[in-house]
Design a protein around this ligand. Sequence first.
Ligand SMILES: CC(C)(COP(=O)(O)OP(=O)(O)OC[C@H]1O[C@@H](n2cnc3c(N)ncnc32)[C@H](O)[C@@H]1OP(=O)(O)O)[C@@H](O)C(=O)NCCC(=O)NCCS
Length: 182
Amino acid sequence: MTDHRHRLSDGYVSREMRVDDLEKLAEIDRRADQLFLETGISNIMAIATGPLTPLDAFSAMLTACTVTVACPSDDVPAGFIAVQRLGNDIYVRLLAVDPDHGRRGIGTSLLSLALDRGRRQGADRCILSTFRDVMFNRPYYERQGFSELPLETASALLRHQFAADIPAGIDPEQRLLMVRDL
Ligand SMILES: CC(C)(COP(=O)(O)OP(=O)(O)OC[C@H]1O[C@@H](n2cnc3c(N)ncnc32)[C@H](O)[C@@H]1OP(=O)(O)O)[C@@H](O)C(=O)NCCC(=O)NCCS
């Protein structure tokens, strides 16, 4: 298999996920969730302390996706993006950066790589679901060219994915679908 690597921001390098990265990616996801404690919104903060996603469920979700990781020089992942093809769109299932490596442009560069890949593969749009009122969610994606896709205008496939992505204990009104043309 060809190992495509790209230089990201701040000395980090991207590569495709390997099977032996799985537990590390689950740990990054959990550590990234700790950022929700900063939101001050009680049911969103509860995500940080809620039950762990079982590793086999996490693994099954990633299996359906193309997963790209970002690593510093030790080649141990510090962040990742998991993207799935949904019809003519690509859909970001997960984007997470370990807070110890946060705010260095990793999330932005992983997203940008995923957009480039989607474009090369002929996808029309990139879609994701996220929190409306979390600083590193809706406003973060707006800065990267995304805007709200009103649920009532979304396809049944996207509405289904939106519903499936709502974390336990969260009101659907706290979430939104976002879209960016490729
Ligand atoms: C969203 C996330 C992937 C961003 O990764 P990152 O590598 O830290 O982001 P970047 O370095 O590319 O961008 C940094 C910008 O994101 C926003 N941001 C990142 N962390 C933030 C925080 N704790 N509070 C507020 N804004 C934050 C800021 O706008 C920041 O810019 P600034 O540092 O100039 O203020 C990361 O914060 C994360 O894993 N969050 C938890 C999981 C999550 O919400 N994932 C997205 C779900 S759809």
